[in-house]
Ligand binder design. Structure first.
Ligand code: 13P
Length: 251
């Protein structure tokens, strides 16, 4: 089954509005030269509207970095999938390891957020990944499998088939230390096996992105693996040339 590669920039807490618009324009120009690759960017929420305007007649998808599971109401400081959709988003990242580690997000919380994103007819990017201690204790698939099962609990096979999973080993995020192509492919293949268990043939439709120190220099090797269907890029997504080089590596 051929899956359309999906390369996404997670800008985290970076870029003012002016910087975000400039970067979005550069990404759009690069994406136009990479046929057959889906490209997305997830700016800081305050930059979403201007970036949405900048991307209006381009193919680049806009996304949120996190969301709240309730639709609307007295939830000071929160943003729901409905409001991300209102500003022009097509996807929302849920369960990023920084959310789990710094903001106490649980597997159950990731599950209700995933449900909420689907209910708003947006695309969830569900992040999973083990810490260095867990990998060294040979617990990678226990952890990654447990996170994946929990995040997708209660979803139909078709819903699972429609979403994106991002495998981001925590020890590779922002550290310059990337999983080897073999390490990454192995976990991606194991995740797909697990998805097959949950959703049968729908598992073949799921794009599984790799994230963790993806750079122009390692992107082609990673993206060339059979079960690596894209990348979720942090640091290298903040520089137009680097991100565009990664997009082109996915062609
Ligand atoms: P880096 O690419 O900076 O390692 O970040 C990866 C990431 O967390 C993307 O969500």
């Amino acid at each position: 089954m051929s899956r359309v590669p999906f390369v996404c920039g997670n800008w985290k807490l970076n870029k003012t509005i002016a910087e975000a618009v400039a970067l979005a324009n550069g990404v759009a120009a690069g994406a136009a030269q990479a046929p057959g690759v889906e490209v997305g960017v997830a700016p800081v929420s305050t930059a979403l509207y201007p970036v949405a305007q900048a991307l209006k007649s381009t193919s680049v998808l806009l996304g949120g970095q996190n969301c709240y599971h309730e639709t609307s109401g007295a939830y000071t400081g929160e943003i729901s999938p409905t409001f991300f959709k209102d500003v022009g988003c097509k996807f929302v990242i849920v369960g990023h390891s920084e959310r789990r580690q710094l903001f106490g997000e649980t597997d159950e919380g990731v599950n209700v957020k995933t449900r909420a994103v689907l209910d708003a007819r947006l695309l969830p990017i569900v992040c999973v990944g083990e810490t260095l201690a867990e990998r060294e204790a040979d617990r990678t698939m226990d952890v990654v499998g447990g996170q994946t099962r929990a995040a997708l609990a209660g979803l139909t096979a078709a819903e699972i088939g429609s979403l994106v999973v991002a495998y981001e080993p925590v020890w590779a995020i922002g550290t310059g230390r990337t999983a080897t192509t073999e390490q990454a492919q192995q976990v991606h293949a194991d995740i797909r096996e697990l998805l097959r268990d949950l959703a049968g043939d729908e598992a073949d439709k799921v794009r599984i992105q790799y994230g963790g120190s993806v750079k122009p220099a390692n992107a082609a090797a990673l993206l060339g693996q059979p079960d690596i269907d894209g990348a979720l890029v942090g640091g290298a997504a903040l520089k137009t040339e680097d991100f565009v080089a990664i997009i082109k590596a996915a062609v």
